[in-house]
Every structure is written in structure tokens, then in C-alpha cells.
Design a protein around this ligand. Structure first.
Ligand SMILES: Cc1cc2nc3c(=O)[nH]c(=O)nc-3n(C[C@H](O)[C@H](O)[C@H](O)COP(=O)(O)O)c2cc1C
Length: 216
């Protein structure tokens, strides 16, 4: 069960920690749906939404996914792991048409639609680094899901420790799919992880140009 009172986004952001260990209490379907829908609301370049997600919840698939992920125990402990992928071929196998159809429904002008229909295949067909492009888009949806899960009172663990070819085999992914990251969702078991802290703004944020500190 999620908490009956949702956290604010501020609380979720401040209180979130990468969860080291989960109890196995399941996530109800209504909450899973909210989490997934939140992710699907994320923005993406040209609204191309090249993300795909596989929800892994059966004990057998979690066991196999763990085997493809350097034996990370939390994958099997968590009631659910969302495997976030990018589809390198989505734009040429129907996504472009669907994006335009939805856009027109929402008021996209014909002029914009015609431009997009020409520009997007040109852009993605010649992209110098499609894996990086996919990563960028998919991580936005992934992060949105993670924060929605935290807002609903769940604990989460993002993971990049996996062998992509093995994950693809376990999940029977098409060849055009790139595995981007894993998100375990459930409830913390035992001790919370230490708080690793964050670099200061003086180190990470600049005002207008590199090296100039932003002052408040
Ligand atoms: C993209 C990404 C991949 C990560 N991969 C793993 C992982 O495979 N295994 C793991 O135990 N933690 C993983 N982490 C968790 C990080 O170690 C953790 O987020 C970081 O130490 C900061 O701690 P905090 O999230 O509790 O603030 C990952 C985090 C991110 C964002």
C-alpha cells in the first residue's frame, strides 16, 4: 500500500534515497498505473517518445533479471522493477505517424506537421549518436516515474548495473531496443542508505558564464 497522503514534490525530492534493500510487499496496480502514466507525460525531443518500459514483477522474471544485473539482490527483493528502454527504430515504424496524429488532435498546425514529417526522419536518420539521444529522452520519463513513486510513498532504486545483452535476452527485447536503466519500486527493508550529500552550488552552478558564481 502507498501512503494515503501523497508527499509533495518538494518532500519527495528531498527525502528520496536510493534504496539498498526492499521488503516484497506488492505495489497495487492502481499505483503502478499512476507511476507509469506520470512517466509517459514527460517531454521528449519532437515529442517522439522513444521510450519503452517492461514491468517485471513475477518472481521468476525478477530472479532472471537479477542474474542479468550483476546479481543485485534488490532486483529480486523489490516487488517490481521497471526496465526502461529506448527504441532506436520507433520513429520509422509508426511513432512518427502516431505523434503527428496526436499532435493534430491537440491543435498542431498543418504547417508544423508537414515540417516535422520532413525534418524528423532527416534528423534521426542521420543522428551522430542515437544511443545518447535515446538515453536523454528515456531518463526524463524514468526520473518522472521515480519521483511519482516517491510522491505516492514508495521507495525506489535506480540502477545501471546490468548487462544489456543479458537483460535483452531475459525480456525478449527486439534488436532495436536499448536498455537504459532499471527502476526498482517497493518499500525499504531494514536500514536506510547513508545520505551521500550533494556538491554545493559554488561547485556546480554558474551565473551567465563558466566560472562566475551565482549569488542569491
Ligand atoms: C542512473 C543511475 C544508476 C544507478 N545504478 C545503481 C546500481 O546499479 N546499483 C546501485 O546499488 N545503485 C545504483 N544507483 C544509485 C546511486 O548510487 C545513488 O543514487 C547515489 O549514490 C546517490 O545516492 P541517493 O540516491 O541515495 O541520494 C544508480 C543511480 C543512478 C541515478
Amino acid at each position: 500500500m502507498a501512503n494515503l497522503v501523497e508527499k509533495t514534490l518538494t518532500q519527495a525530492i528531498e527525502q528520496r534515497r536510493a534504496t539498498p534493500s526492499f521488503d516484497g510487499v506488492p505495489v497495487p496496480a492502481t499505483d503502478l498505473k499512476k507511476i507509469l502514466e506520470a512517466g509517459l507525460h514527460a517531454p521528449s525531443g519532437y515529442n517522439m517518445q522513444p521510450w519503452r518500459f517492461v514491468v517485471v514483477s513475477t518472481p521468476e522474471q525478477r530472479r532472471r533479471l537479477r542474474g542479468a544485473s550483476f546479481n543485485q539482490a534488490k532486483i529480486e527483493e523489490a516487488p517490481m522493477v521497471i526496465v526502461a528502454c529506448g527504441d532506436a527504430d520507433g520513429w520509422r515504424s509508426g511513432d512518427l505517424e502516431e505523434m503527428l496524429r496526436l499532435g493534430r488532435e491537440g491543435g498542431m498546425t498543418e504547417n508544423y506537421a508537414e515540417q516535422a514529417a520532413m525534418t524528423i526522419p532527416e534528423y534521426l536518420g542521420n543522428h551522430p549518436n542515437l544511443p545518447a539521444w535515446l538515453n536523454k529522452q528515456v531518463m526524463l520519463a524514468f526520473t518522472t516515474m521515480m519521483l511519482m513513486a516517491e510522491v505516492l510513498g514508495y521507495d525506489t532504486a535506480p540502477m545501471e548495473g546490468f548487462e544489456a545483452d543479458k537483460v535483452a535476452e531475459v525480456l525478449k527485447l527486439p534488436l532495436s531496443y536499448q536498455v537504459v536503466a532499471l527502476l526498482a519500486i517497493g518499500h525499504l527493508k531494514g536500514q536506510e542508505k547513508f545520505n551521500g550529500g550533494r556538491f554545493s552550488m559554488a561547485r556546480t552552478v554558474f551565473d551567465g558564464e563558466y566560472g562566475k558564481p551565482l549569488r542569491f
